[in-house]
Design a protein around this ligand. Structure first.
Ligand code: ADP
Ligand code: ASP
Ligand code: MG
Length: 445
């Protein structure tokens, strides 16, 4: 794989039209990436179960590279340890610590595979290597070398078990990590590098649903989701896939298939059409709904700047310093000035950056000129996503009415071509998601 932003010329294999079903070619051996998330490798019996899934594909004649996450809860524990030692720790050392979780699982799975007669070898990010930028804690993959894996598929029928989430920065030689949920991105990057026929993301749900099935039991599994919609779902809170993995899949043309690791391996036909969700190009989706799904995020905070001077250059004075501090501003609402002299500006930032944003704005106060800052952290962003919105008017208006009928106040609104987001009080999140889910006909029968 070359740089992520510049797709290389497509090879013949991927230029062929993508078949509408999700099954692998029967006529020839396929090449697969199988990624298993934290819950799927949470303990030794589950690692054995993963090994059985891998064996099933190997026995079917496929070439397999596996990407694993750390055991459930492990990364959280490692992150907490870094914070406990020092809240303001060195990001390079953070990466050294948190990358260790995946190293353990890759070794354990390789052992489990060998124990059932499968030739397997573990690989750390620095060994392949998976080269990344030096943005420690949130590094971007720049290049994956899959040549050795492919050689070993051919010569030894060896399964590669790769630690997800981690890479190496070439110039410094230091270990990097890809941000939380980054094993998905490792998997898609490896799939692109070895030109896999499909990248299977095995997780604790059996696909992508119309909304988080743990919050709305009536959520429906989607057969197919367009890359663009999945990008919005993921970036607006549906953590089933890391945003970068979807971007990369879109650019590199990787077929991503989200499926359950809890299905019994012996019940699955490796040449069949398994249950799950295919992330694909828009053209492949025959029945396009207006609304595809609903995402939500409680990791938001709202900041209101009261009585800002209403004159040219003020927005730049506010948002410039925030951008310099690497704080992502999302929804922005500016009131029309009542007195012609001052106005209020409200916007959202990630909850994790709330305190820092306040500090940045306080420092810039003499330059901006405002009366005071108000803030709220008990807020949530609920977003409605669907490519069909491009050609349908009035979709958001329906939501305003339905939420008003439930007494839910909307603090801010933002819209784009295929989604709109509403900022509400956090306490109403579940009610709002369920209300909108029914409103747009997404509930399962
Ligand atoms: P893994 O450890 O396998 O990477 P994650 O916890 O990162 O798994 O992601 C899977 C979780 O994503 C599910 O358990 C589910 O609660 C959550 N989720 C949120 N939104 C959705 C959605 N729209 N469809 C499916 N799962 C979702
Ligand atoms: N173990 C990492 C995390 O918990 C990466 C991943 O699971 O995708 O964020
Ligand atoms: Mg995940």
């Amino acid at each position: 794989m070359n740089g992520q932003s510049a797709p290389r010329p497509r090879d013949r294999r991927r230029d062929q039209p993508i078949p509408l079903n999700r099954s692998l070619p029967r006529s020839r051996m396929a090449r697969l990436v199988m990624k298993f998330g934290g819950t799927s490798v949470a303990d030794i019996p589950r690692i054995r179960n993963v090994a059985a899934h891998v064996k099933r594909e190997v026995d079917a004649g496929h070439e397999v590279a596996v990407v694993v996450s750390a055991m459930a809860g492990k990364t959280n524990e490692l992150v907490a340890w870094c914070r406990e030692v020092s809240p303001l720790h060195d990001a390079r050392e953070y990466d050294t610590v948190v990358a260790s979780g995946e190293q353990v699982t890759s070794g354990l799975l390789a052992i489990a595979l060998q124990a059932i007669g499968i030739n397997a070898r573990s690989w750390q990010g620095w060994q392949l290597p998976i080269l990344t930028s030096d943005a420690h804690g949130a590094a971007r993959i720049l290049d994956v070398n899959g040549a050795e894996l492919v050689r070993r598929f051919k010569e030894r029928r060896e399964v590669a078990v790769i630690s997800g989430f981690q890479g190496i920065h070439k110039e410094t030689g230091r270990i990097t990590t890809l941000g939380r949920g980054g094993s998905d991105t490792s998997a898609v990057a490896v799939a692109a590098a070895i030109k896999a026929d499909r990248c299977d993301i095995y997780t604790d749900v059996d696909g992508v649903y119309t909304t988080d099935p743990r919050v709305v039991p009536r959520a429906r599994r989607l057969e197919k989701v367009a890359f663009e919609e999945m990008l919005e779902l993921a970036s607006l809170g549906a953590k089933v896939l890391q945003v970068r993995s979807v971007e990369l899949g879109m650019v590199q043309g990787v077929r991503i298939f989200v499926r359950s690791s809890f299905d019994r391996p012996e019940d699955i036909d490796p040449h069949g059409d398994p249950p799950g969700t295919l992330i694909c190009n828009e053209e492949e989706i025959v029945e396009q709904q207006v609304v595809t799904g609903i995402a939500f995020s409680k990791d938001e905070a709202q900041i209101s700047i009261r009585r800002v001077q209403d004159k040219p250059g003020v927005a730049a004075a506010i948002f410039g310093p925030l951008a310099e501090a690497n704080i992502n501003v999302d929804m922005i609402v500016q009131n029309v000035s009542a007195d012609g002299a001052t106005t209020d500006i409200t916007f959202t930032v990630p909850a994790a950056d709330y305190v820092r944003a306040g500090e940045v704005l306080a420092k810039a106060k003499p330059h901006i000129g405002y009366e005071r800052l108000d803030g709220a952290t008990e807020v949530a962003k609920v977003s409605v996503i669907g490519i069909g919105m491009r050609s349908h008017a009035g979709v958001a208006a329906q939501a305003f009415k339905a939420l008003a009928e439930r007494g839910i106040n909307i603090r801010a609104i933002s819209t784009s071509e295929i989604k709109f987001s509403l900022l509400i009080d956090e306490a109403y999140t579940e009610l709002a998601v369920r209300t909108l889910h029914s409103l747009y006909g997404l509930d399962k029968a």
